[in-house]
Design a protein around this ligand. Structure first.
Ligand SMILES: [Zn+2]
Length: 378
């Protein structure tokens, strides 16, 4: 038996896929061709917090073909002030953010394929997760992982759209990497190369710990992170539809509380510097020569630990049983959370099956390592 014939577009997809994007296809230079191109595209969302949720939401609504969302964290009530894809039920269930985002996007645009990855991005897994990505969208909260993403972007000629927001301000900048052979589509445009300085050209060194403001110390305005993520999405849409000549060559800097908006000219930065990444091709973060396995988490009194030597999956049920002697323990299949009082001090230990842990109750990596070693063992 055959059903009614569904009209198809050039790619053999049902044409109703395009009708929902009518308002977008009317935009100059976008059209049905731009929409089809978007439907075939993949974006990697690096971190699904204040920036990542807004970016994933808008890209899904715009009709991207495939979203890969990677995030190491789970939803908490305090996230809902700015992280638009989550709700109170997600927080009550302590769902991993990537999974919660996938569920919500399925209700928004079921035609978008979403790959939810609950993991910490590092030099051993970025090649796997970023394989096939047409753009990397930055929703990260630390310099180290940004350097890693930038190394990957430059080495593999993938555009990387940087974004950061803290307090009432934020920055964004779209990177179209200079490649070794100069053959990337943005380098061979008839109007001349549109390649830009990379993230490392602009920030050669990370600021020393404790010297830059974090969500923890100064808070974050939801409108500030949202406006930065909106800018990132606009740049990503230009990239994914091949409009490289439209990509902003400047770095946007906005403060919504002091009403300032500046566009920094950065095009000369690469020529005048000696960038280890895009000039010397020394990818030290990607090669694992730089980086650490313990990091304080932005916005929380917590430290994440990762044990590089760990192999295989942890038996969470067994550990839950052991830890139940010390306090309340919940386990939901994705992770285990235990309340622990160590030497009179309360901690909350969250443990994932891959051995990764978040120790809440301290911002000190060494103290967190101690709690992990005492109650989980390493
Ligand atoms: Zn560079």
């Amino acid at each position: 038996m055959s059903g009614p014939t569904v009209p198809q577009d050039r790619d053999g997809r049902p044409s109703r896929e395009l009708h929902r994007y009518d308002r977008q296809m009317l935009l100059p230079g976008f059209g049905a061709d731009g929409q089809r191109r978007l439907l075939r595209s993949t974006a990697l969302i690096l971190g699904c917090g204040a920036l990542g949720t807004v970016a994933a939401d808008l890209l899904a609504r715009a009709g991207i073909g495939h979203l890969v969302i990677i995030d190491r964290d789970f939803v908490e009530l305090g996230n809902l002030q700015r992280q638009v894809l989550f709700d109170e039920r997600d927080a009550a269930e302590a769902l991993p953010k990537a999974e919660a985002a996938k569920r919500k996007i399925a209700c928004i645009n079921s035609q978008v394929r979403v790959s939810a990855i609950v993991d910490d991005l590092n030099h051993t897994n970025i090649a796997e997760y970023a394989a096939g990505a047409d753009v990397l969208v930055d929703g990260l909260d630390n310099f180290e992982t940004r350097y890693l993403a930038n190394d990957f972007a430059v080495k593999h000629a993938v555009p990387y759209v940087y974004g950061a927001a803290v307090g009432t301000a934020g920055m964004s900048y779209a990177i179209l990497p200079h490649t070794r052979n100069g053959h990337a589509p943005w380098e061979t445009a008839t109007t001349g190369s549109r390649a830009t300085p990379c993230f490392r050209c602009l920030f050669e060194q990370a600021p020393p710990p404790g010297e830059s403001p974090t969500c923890d110390t100064v808070g974050v305005l939801g409108a500030a992170s949202a406006i930065i993520a909106n800018f990132q999405v606009a740049e990503s849409l230009k990239i994914l539809t091949g409009h490289f000549d439209r990509v902003s060559p400047t770095m946007l800097n906005i403060d919504l509380w002091s009403n300032t908006m500046t566009q920094l000219k950065v095009s000369q930065v690469r020529e005048h510097g000696d960038c280890p990444c895009c000039k010397r091709h020394d990818f030290e973060f990607l090669d694992g020569k730089a980086g650490s396995s313990a990091a304080a988490l932005c916005g929380r009194d917590a430290v994440q630990l990762r044990h590089r030597q760990h192999q295989g999956e942890l038996n969470l049920d067994e550990i839950a049983q052991r830890l139940s002697r010390f306090g309340a323990v919940v386990s939901n299949g994705f992770m285990l959370r235990a309340e622990i009082r160590d030497n009179g001090k309360p901690y909350e230990l969250t443990l994932f099956a891959d051995g990764r842990a978040i120790v809440k109750g301290t911002g000190e990596p060494s103290e967190a390592r101690g709690v992990y070693a005492r109650y989980v063992g390493s």
